[in-house]
Ligand binder design. Structure first.
Ligand SMILES: [Zn+2]
Length: 410
C-alpha cells in the first residue's frame, strides 16, 4: 500500500515548504532557494499547478528586456489545515489554507445523544462535502480536533469506567486513529476549550500571555495558558474551572462529572435557564437566554438578582483560578458570559476578593465567534510548525506537542 518516499517526493515537499505560509516566488527564485536545476523545479511545479495545489498569482515584469516571470504561490483553495470543534450537539468544521485563512466552514449536526461513531462519520462526511470546486484536500498538513470533556458521549464497545479519565483517553485515541486513516495526515487532539483559549491568545496578538479562560455555554469549560502554552496537566484536566464546586448545599444539582454542585450545575446555559424558569414559572419551551437578557435590560429585579448572584459565584471561581495562575487577563466567553456583561462590576469585585492581585487583573469578554474552537485548533497546528506534508505514504497520524507542554502561540 505504502509507496517509497522518492527523491522527487522530497523535492516536491521542499517546494511546498518554501511556498508555505503565503510566500510567492518565481520559478527562478524557487530553483535558487532550493539549489535545484530549473528543469527539476519546472517539472515539479508543473504537476503541482495541474493538481491545483499551487497557482500563478501574478506576472512580474523583469524591469528591462525579457519576458515577464510568473509568480507562484499556494492555491488559496488548497486546504492545509482542518480545525474541528466537537460540542455536545454539533461539530464545527473549518478548512484553512496555508496562510491560516478559513476558506470553507460548516456545522455538522448530530442527534442529541449520538455516540462518537456517528459523530465522527457525520463530521468526516462534512469535511468531504466542503471540498468541492477549487477547495481540495490534497495538501493537508494536519487536522486539529477539539473535544469536549470526559463523559460527553459513549462509544459502542467502550466500557464506561468509574474514573472520568480512562474511557475518554480510549475514545480520544480512537478518534485520532479514524481521522488519520481517513485523511492520511497527522492529527492533533486536545480539549476544545484549550483550543478556544489559544484562539483568544492569537487574536490578542501577544505571545507568552498568561490567561485564564472560562466559557459559560451548554457546558462550562475552562483552560489556562501559561506563557502562551495551554497547560494540560497530568490527567489532561488542568484548568477545569467548570468543575470547581461552588454549591455545597444539600440541594446542589448533579454534574456530568458524577459529583454535585460544580460551577457547571449553576452557570451553564441550561442551569441558568432552569433557575430562571423556577423564578418566573414560565413554560419549558418559552424560556430562552434572550428573554432573560431582555428582562435584565428592562430592569426586572428578579433577573438582576439572578445575574448578580451568578456573577458573584463565577467571580469567586475565577478569583481562585487567578490566585493560582496569576494571569495577565481573564477571558469570559460563551452565551452566559455575554449575559453577565451588565453585572461585570459585581463579578470583578468577587474575583478581586479571592486573588492577591485584586482589581489589577483584567476581565474581558471573549470573542463570541462560534468557530473559535476550530480556529484555535488551526492556530495550534500552525504553531506546531509542521514538517511539509509527506504525500499519502506517511500514515503515522500522531502529532506530539513540544515536550514542555502545549503548542505555543507565535
Ligand atoms: Zn462537575
Amino acid at each position: 500500500m505504502d509507496r517509497q518516499w522518492s527523491v522527487r517526493d522530497q523535492h516536491r515537499a521542499d517546494v511546498l515548504a518554501l511556498l508555505h505560509r503565503g510566500r510567492k516566488l518565481t520559478r527562478g527564485e524557487i530553483s535558487e532557494a532550493l539549489r535545484l536545476t530549473r528543469t527539476t523545479v519546472s517539472d515539479i511545479l508543473g504537476s503541482l499547478l495541474d493538481q491545483g495545489i499551487i497557482t500563478v498569482t501574478e506576472q512580474r515584469s523583469p524591469g528591462g528586456r525579457g519576458r515577464p516571470a510568473e509568480v507562484l504561490g499556494i492555491h488559496p483553495g488548497a486546504v492545509r489545515f482542518v480545525g474541528l470543534d466537537f460540542s455536545h450537539t454539533a461539530a464545527t468544521v473549518c478548512l484553512a489554507n496555508s496562510a491560516g485563512t478559513v476558506i470553507a466552514s460548516a456545522i455538522a449536526e448530530y442527534p442529541t445523544g449520538a455516540g462518537w461513531e456517528a459523530r465522527v462519520a457525520q463530521t468526516q462526511r462534512t469535511i468531504r462535502d466542503l471540498a468541492v470546486g477549487e477547495v481540495h484536500l490534497e495538501f493537508l498538513a494536519g487536522i486539529g480536533i477539539g473535544l469536549p470533556g470526559p463523559n460527553s458521549a459513549s462509544w459502542h464497545g467502550f466500557p464506561r469506567s468509574a474514573t472520568p479519565m480512562e474511557p475518554f483517553q480510549l475514545v480520544k485515541a480512537r478518534i485520532r486513529e479514524l481521522f488519520a486513516d481517513e485523511f492520511g495526515c497527522p492529527v492533533l487532539v486536545d480539549h476544545h476549550i484549550r483550543f478556544a483559549a489559544l484562539y483568544e491568545a492569537t487574536i490578542a496578538g501577544e505571545a507568552d500571555r498568561n490567561i485564564v479562560y472560562l466559557r459559560l455555554s451548554t457546558g462550562v469549560g475552562g483552560a489556562v495558558l501559561g506563557a502562551g502554552a495551554a497547560l494540560r496537566g497530568a490527567h489532561l484536566l488542568a484548568g477545569e474551572i467548570g468543575h470547581l464546586i461552588t454549591d455545597d448545599t444539600p440541594e446542589a444539582r448533579a454534574c456530568r462529572c458524577g459529583r454535585r454542585g460544580c460551577l457547571e450545575t449553576v452557570a451553564s446555559k441550561d442551569a441558568v435557564l432552569d433557575t430562571w424558569q423556577e423564578i418566573t414559572g414560565m413554560e419549558d419551551d418559552q424560556v430562552g437566554l434572550d428573554d432573560l437578557a431582555a428582562a435584565l435590560e428592562g430592569g426586572d429585579p428578579r433577573a438582576l438578582e439572578l445575574a448578580t448572584g451568578l456573577a458573584g459565584t463565577v467571580g469567586r471561581a475565577l478569583g481562585i483560578a487567578a490566585l493560582i495562575i496569576d494571569p495577565d487577563e481573564i477571558v469570559l466567553a460563551g452565551e452566559v458570559g455575554t449575559l453577565l456583561e451588565p453585572v461585570l462590576p459585581t463579578l470583578r469585585e468577587a474575583m478581586a476578593r479571592q486573588c492577591l492581585t485584586g482589581a489589577e487583573v483584567q476581565v474581558r469578554s471573549g470573542e463570541t465567534a462560534d468557530k473559535q474552537g476550530a480556529r484555535g485548533a488551526i492556530a495550534a497546528l500552525r504553531a506546531a510548525d509542521l514538517p511539509p506534508a509527506r504525500a499519502r505514504s506517511a500514515r503515522a497520524g500522531t502529532l506530539t506537542y513540544p515536550a514542555e507542554g502545549g503548542p505555543r502561540v507565535r
